[in-house]
Design a protein around this ligand. Structure first.
Ligand code: HEM
Ligand code: HEM
Ligand code: HEM
Length: 400
């Protein structure tokens, strides 16, 4: 009898032939925090199988299972940082329990987690009705590694689901998977089953909400594409062209000023989207976001520097310290922005090959042209007689 009642407290989800089970012991269900048990199982034809707490990779508490090459499994807790390989998380408090291992062509990890209520990037309430989880798997050669930070290849299947906590709540704080052999998918009968069998007695919670995240994923996908495209156009085309304008004889300095301020407005729009993405995906501390925000701050002072330079130039007819700050800060910021676009593409991870090539080619060409503009600017400045007034300044009788 004890076995049967224990089994009722396992909530199970299967995606194809990979299954996950969860038990929230009575004590944890009451207080909302404490120990939980979960099981990850799937055929050994998978290179790895993963389960995570959260609604997307970024900020989630991930557990990856693979064969260890010694007839057992390795459980690797990881921290999701974005669409890149999750890194090993030392702070996770997880233990592989009895019943874990490889049998009948399936790897099984029975896991006790004592700090799954809160992790870097999120938290859950185990006394609630449900929680957000993600899963992923990669078919392929066995990893056969005991290293918890073994390099993983990207998944072929992934998704998110809402786990019904009500079905999982209850039971003592003992290993529920050896007490409920009928509920475990680590049996011969399960190994060839393509989807969950409702005959296991506790699989009623199966994947009815798997597609739930696709809407929000696509809106953030669209924002990421809009952000990337606008930021790329701004740094690969607008800012360099605006800088080159100041070198073209006959073009007034105010054309440069107006053009660059317009470019900066485009950057504000792109950065707004970038900051929103970084906040929702927990990526504010990523190097791409940090460089982007530094650029936003640095370029903010450029118009002021430009005006101060222009005023001083009219009086002194030569560059002053403010000129060098305006010129070199502007040049370096534009070059750094071009490089930062590459880091953004890397961060996004799933960018189409054609787009990466297009970005690299345009960045390469514009980068070289921009360096030529810089060189030309320096030659022009060195040849300028001290008393000579730049064409644009001469023409411009503004009170600045
Ligand atoms: C080498 C390791 C990994 C890489 C390079 C990687 C990369 C990516 C990329 C590029 C995407 C977006 C495209 C797509 O949907 O396929 C993505 C999405 C996703 N990945 Fe991963 N991933 C890795 C590991 C994992 C692991 C271990 C999990 C475990 C649960 C996971 C769960 C997900 C989920 C649920 C999504 C869709 C939701 C989201 O946008 O975050 N990934 N991953
Ligand atoms: C405030 C500054 C910025 C922030 C907070 C920011 C944030 C982000 C984030 C979070 C992503 C990943 C989106 C995802 O994985 O869904 C991203 C992607 C990207 N970012 Fe930024 N970014 C900033 C500035 C820039 C700048 C200066 C560039 C320069 C070109 C840039 C170009 C890109 C590109 C090309 C992508 C790839 C998007 C795609 O291809 O769809 N970002 N950015
Ligand atoms: C966000 C706004 C701005 C950015 C990013 C920017 C950027 C730049 C850059 C990169 C250069 C050097 C071009 C080269 O490589 O040779 C430059 C030069 C210059 N900028 Fe700006 N600028 C901005 C706004 C302004 C404004 C508002 C003025 C005001 C009048 C101004 C006046 C000048 C002048 C006069 C030069 C030529 C300096 C010289 O060669 O002696 N800029 N700017």
């Amino acid at each position: 009898m004890a076995v049967a009642s224990q089994a009722q407290h396992l909530s199970k989800q299967c995606f194809s032939d990979v299954c996950y089970q969860l038990n929230i012991p009575q004590q944890t269900a009451k207080s909302g925090s404490g120990d939980i048990f979960f099981q990850i199982s799937g055929p050994t034809s998978y290179s790895w199988i993963g389960l995570g707490q959260g609604s997307q990779m970024a900020g989630s508490n991930i557990f990856v299972v693979y064969t260890d090459g010694k007839d057992n499994v390795t459980l690797s807790p990881r921290r999701g940082t974005g669409h890149v390989e999750p890194e090993h998380d030392r702070s996770a408090n997880v233990t592989l329990l009895e019943g874990s291992g490889i049998s009948n062509g399936r790897m099984v990890a029975n896991v006790l987690c004592t700090n799954c209520v809160k992790w870097q990037g999120g938290s859950t309430d185990f006394s609630g009705n449900s929680g957000d989880w993600i899963y992923a798997s990669r078919p392929g050669d066995a990893l056969d590694s005991t290293s918890v930070s073994e390099e993983l290849e990207q998944h072929e299947a992934n998704g998110s689901f809402t786990w019904d906590y009500v079905k999982a709540q209850g039971g003592s704080s003992g290993n529920p998977f050896i007490a409920a052999p009928q509920g475990s998918p680590s049996h011969t009968g399960m190994s060839s089953t393509p989807t969950v069998s409702s005959g296991t007695g506790n699989s009623g919670a199966e994947s009815n909400t798997v597609e739930a995240s696709s809407d929000s994923a696509s809106s953030s996908d669209m924002t990421a594409t809009a952000h990337g495209s606008l930021a790329a156009v701004t740094f690969l085309v607008l800012f360099p062209v605006g800088a080159a304008l100041v070198r073209i004889p006959g073009i007034g300095v105010w054309i440069h000023a107006g053009f660059q301020i317009f470019s900066y407005c485009c950057f504000i729009a792109a950065a707004g989207m970038g900051i929103w993405l970084a906040m929702t995906e927990n990526l504010l501390d990523h190097v791409h976001s940090i460089i982007g925000m530094v650029l936003l701050g640095v370029l903010f002072i450029q118009p002021l520097g430009g005006v101060l330079h222009h005023r001083a130039y009219e009086v002194k007819q030569s560059r002053t310290i403010v000129s060098y700050i305006h010129i070199w800060l502007g040049r370096l910021a534009i070059l750094l922005g071009m490089i930062n676009g590459g880091l953004g593409i890397q961060l996004r991870g799933d960018v189409k090959h054609g787009y990466i090539i297009a970005y690299s080619v345009v960045a390469g060409v514009m980068g070289v042209l921009f360096l030529a503009v810089i060189a030309f600017g320096e030659v022009q400045a060195s040849r300028r007689p001290k008393t000579d007034v730049r064409g644009d300044v001469k023409q411009d009788k503004s009170p600045l």
